[in-house]
Design a protein around this ligand. Sequence first.
Ligand code: UT7
Length: 332
Amino acid sequence: MNQLGTGIAITGSGSAASEVTLDNHQLSQIVDTSDEWITSRTGIQKRHLMDAQGSLSEMAATAAHSAIAMAGIAPEDLDLIILATSTPDDLFGSANQVQAHLGASKAVAFDITAACSGFVFGLATASQFIRTGLYQNVLLIGADILSRWVDWSDRSTCVLFGDGAGAVVLQANQSDRLLGFALCSDGTQNSCLQLAYEPQDQEIVKGLTVAKGTYQPITMSGKEVYRFAVQKVPEVIEKALFRADITTEQVDWLVLHQANQRILDAVAQRLNIPKHKVLSNLAQYGNTSAASIPIVLDEAVRLEKIKSGDIIVTSGFGAGLTWGAAVFKWGR
Ligand code: UT7
């Protein structure tokens, strides 16, 4: 699938999160839970939380700055900025605020929403603009502040989520390093995981009522989403690997959306990928939605675990329901 256009390389990564954290012991003072329950069921020990004044676009720009620096380019070199988020500062989109923060005056910017699959859907979207020869330098950011939308009295969800941002730079490249991807959606299961719009009546003139916009906190059928992830993620990874002509044995790193350590373990087991190839930072971050993949990727790159040429398979999954996978070699 990848011989038909310009080659693509992922040349830089960056991440950002608030320094403020909330650990499981603190959570157990808010809801009826325990460190033992959260750690054993999810692997999460703490999560980073943005304060009330914090801005998603500023956090995204911080992650982006690091990614751009690693790629060795300047913000003015960017042609396109894609921000994958479900929690923008502005429902009209926050990518343009990121563009302004960065001073990326040449870049066009827009948001995409695909919940926890946002980063993988963003990779596929970004790649199209490079593949066709339209753009050379694309910044992709996954960023979410789910703490804004969590019901802090619901123990079945509030223990899971954290806030953060991660970014990568994709560049036109002589050798093609983005080897394949596969994307899926199933809207029939939309009610499993929602941050749903719930209209309130607002009569603007007698007899004419329109809705007043409000959103309800996150609701999730945890067991159903768990079952979906463990079944569908290995399938979509196998599809992406097949398209990339890569075997599971050739994979150096499995970089899954950080939702639950048990999901990471089950997917790796089904694919027969050994544990030492599975990246996880759930303990420190929890589930940061669209940000989770680029954050854990960036950590591993900066620790020099991931080296140039390593083969990475990544998969995002979540609300929509949406799921997808991408296979790429790190670096130029
Ligand atoms: O990023 C989007 C993708 N999201 C996901 O991938 C999430 C997928 N789902 C999961 O990760 C898991 O289903 C959860 C971590 C959300 C829940 O784990 P579980 O093992 O499926 O637990 P459960 O929902 O079956 O609940 C087991 C018990 C219940 O009590 P009873 O009915 O057995 O008495 C729950 O009420 O655990 C109870 N429970 C809790 N207990 C202490 C649920 N949440 C908590 C809690 N602390 N925080």
